[in-house]
Design a protein around this ligand. Sequence first.
Ligand code: C2E
Ligand code: MG
Ligand code: MG
Length: 743
Amino acid sequence: MQKISFRPFIIFSSIAALAITAGIFFYWRQVTILLEQDVRSHIADTTKESARDFDRVADTDREILATTALSFEDSYPWKEDSFLSEMLARFDQNEHFHLLGLALKDGRTFYSSPSSSLSAEALRDILKNTANGKFYFTVRPREKEKYTSSILVQAVPLDPNEGAPVGALFAVQKEDYYKKILGFSPAENEEKSFIIDRSGNTILSSEENPTPNVFSILEHVKLDTHPSVGEVRKAILQGESPLVGYYTEDGLHNFLQFVPLAINGWYMVATIPVKHVEEQAAQVAKLSLILFGVVFVVFYCLLFFIMRLREDSKQQLFTTAFVDSLTGADNFNRMCEQFDNKLDGLYHQAALVIFDINKFKVINDLHGYERGNEVLKRVAQVLQQELAPEECFCRLSADNFVLLLEYKDRPSFLKRLKALATQLKRDCTLEDSRIMLDISFGIYEITEEIPFYIMLDRAHLALDRAKQRTFDKCEFYETADRTRIVTEQQIENNMASALANKEFEVFLQPKCDFATGQIRGAEALVRWNHDGHMVRPDEFIPLFERNGFILQLDMFILEEVARVLSQWRKNNKPVVPLAVNFSRLHLNDARFIPQMRRIMAQYDVPTSLVEAEITESVIFNNLERAQEVIGGLHLYGFPVSMDDFGSGYSSLNVLKELKFDSIKLDKEFLAGFGENPRAQKVIQGAISMLKTLGVKVITEGVESREQAEFLRACGADLAQGYFFSRPVTVSTFEQLLAKKTLW
Ligand code: C2E
Ligand code: MG
Ligand code: MG
């Protein structure tokens, strides 16, 4: 299984996290700048507004005072002191001022409220500053015995004679009155406002304990913007608005704003620490961060989900493309893909092995496909356990597996395969079946750099040879295998012309009657007369079966046999039935019986004279079809013989079902005849069993008199073998036929 790769996700996440962090930082900076600008313009606006308010109130007060003064002047000369006191009390009825008073040059003073008064010094100042006929406005520090806070004193001259003021009319306002109007209150946001005179002295402040002089602070703080303290001081002295933005005090950043007032060259000043702005910005950034976080998490979840989906579909694709659906192991595509990597140039240190479960079809037929599949799955499991991590395998097709294994030398490699075969037999054989797995290995020791498919071909060639062996079914690829392939290629190139040139000849091998020794028939065996050299069928028939050419060759032999029979008949020679071997391929060829009939008709030979020999394995693998074909042959009068009985897996059931005219015992039965007494018993049993079915029993491969005597005693009907005659040419056979007996 391939692991899900989250690398791109992690890379993307890291980049996104960096981008978002940078974004937040940038955003925070922007928010701070904007807030600073906002606070600056706010402080500028409010300061200007306060200044306007102050000017307006001062103006109003002056006008009220001036109008009141006119009333006093109009009633000049004043008769009695009580008149002045009453007038003052009357004017003060609306309580606009805290106190109204008259200070006369002759030293007399009058107050609207008898309980209040001003110090002598204050009164002196009033008279002095109004002597020139001007409006006087001042702030007096708190006079402890009289006032709890500073007071603002405004005064206008009383000049009834026009030119020589006799005194002044003054009004007192407590500083709280102005503070209230100007909104001077200790602010939560540490904003400070105060009014200063030209020397920077604080006249009115929002603070309880205000800084006495603004320049004394500015002198030991750092002005962050353009003007120096000196320049600020100069600008104020000249009544200009100094362009001040920031100053730093005790490491804290503060805004600073000066706005000139209309009275006495005073200034309205406001400051606010930047820290406050920063706190607000941090608050905004915090909220933004939370919002970002939420968006980020949602985005990531979505991204993760998409990645998962992508990985899942990739995994599915991988499974479809590279996994064998039955066993869950790698499939051939996967093996091709990783072969070069796995091999890693290790020539002479690796081997490619193909193995095949022999007669796997039997397991399927006897136990069903599901059980067969179970076996294959177990095989894959065993291989998975047994192979080293750097080795690999795949299921090539049905019961074929390909393995890439480490290789040192032949003995140790064969030992390993033997152990593997033993384990496969032990672990993969079905519990309730007696059938043991039988495995053939074809091995290609990787010695040169050739394409994978050629290595595979070579292992296949070795496997073909291994399958022909009875025991120790392990074969290494040899160069002779290649020669064989080359030869086969040549045969394939020549076969069509050989057929046209009649290079294929019919040889006949007599079938002899055990009882009389007479020839009762013969088997037609093909020979290839290739450049004067007789090639035996074993060398070309398997190849023709693979490439399908056998269909034409068999019909050619049949035609030759029909010609021989028709000539015997025409020439009144002795006639015996001749058997023709038919390949398994005919079974699935609908033209088979019609072609046979056409040839027989063409040569005018009765069908009873041509016997069809079909090998046992073909019949067993295709029972139903074999039954149909045998029925068809019988319908048109062809006798049918089962060839090579006992070489495969015939069951008695099959014999019972299929109506053969004769059964030919495989020559392998006689292989161990001399040495093994049990072999004789087996032959004896087989013959007597076959006889009970009522078929003619033919024994092939009889090579000695001893064998012939034994087989006759067992009750076999006909004999075929070198003891009687080798396959011979037709003319030689005719001579043998004339001899009447062979034994
Ligand atoms: P088969 O049909 O079982 O033929 C018997 C084979 O045993 C023949 O080999 C024959 O020469 C050989 N034989 C006969 N007597 C003896 C004996 O005493 N000892 C030994 N060791 N062998 C003996 P051959 O002619 O080489 O044919 C081999 C196989 O080729 C045949 O086996 C048959 O299956 C196939 N074959 C031959 N001719 C044809 C043909 O025309 N068409 C088809 N489809 N197959 C053919
Ligand atoms: Mg035969
Ligand atoms: Mg045979």
